[in-house]
Design a protein around this ligand. Sequence first.
Ligand SMILES: [Zn+2]
Length: 284
Amino acid sequence: MHGLSVDVEDWFQVWAYRHQIPRGNWDDYPLRVEDSTQRLLDLFAEKRVTATFFTLGWIAERCPGLVKSIAAAGHEVASHGYDHTKVFDQDEATFRQDVLKTKAILEDLSGMPVTGYRAAGFSIDHRTPFAHGVLAETGHHYSSSTHPIAHDHYGDPEGLLDPYEAVPGLTEVPVGVVQAFGRRISCAGGGWFRAMPYGLSRTLWRRLEKEGRRGIFYLHPWEVDPAQPAVPGASFKSAFRHRLNLQHMEGKLSRLLDDFRWGRIDEVVSDALEGESMRSGEAA
Ligand SMILES: [Zn+2]
């Protein structure tokens, strides 16, 4: 089983529009996240899959019913931080406050412990040596905050491809990357998945399975919302990447859900840890 995840943030909260729609202006824009997330909840129900929803504290405060619906449908509610500030733009004390505040908001609404975390923009790397320790101290069990590829905005081309214990009690679960054609290729989702023909994504996931690995896939609710407003003043490159193939996303996602087995990341992590202890038991 692979891990399916949704980063619950709205269309105007993305890095691509950071200059046109700064953090302080977010309240001026209409929320579309409830409707777009509901479309994903409907699709997941139809396909009988559960997933992990990494949710911004900022969204949870404005859409409490959404968090409750996610939890009620059997999905994992996890943390995407409070307001999408990258971890490497925070110091240790600010980061601790951010994750504690977000965890409290999400636990209050979902009525369940929040043990998973995903950094905005995969921003846990060599600049954030405190991050995993703080997550473990604040009651998180795993983080899915690394994208081990070369990319202009994020990613660590030398990062580990498979889950590993980052600090005692906390597993880092990188999103899906395979080694193919002599290089690392992301099959993790987001813009990569929208840009590739579906057949190539399927080939990459099959390859990952053949290697006996489990992968993590991610997407955003705004990726199934082709009717979202265009943002005047955004650079061509940012707008192109943000809007590329939005109209095909739901169909491709539906095929991916049919072709592989998916579940919540907390379950993938506990399965992986169990497998590991069984293997070390066998070795002993
Ligand atoms: Zn995000």
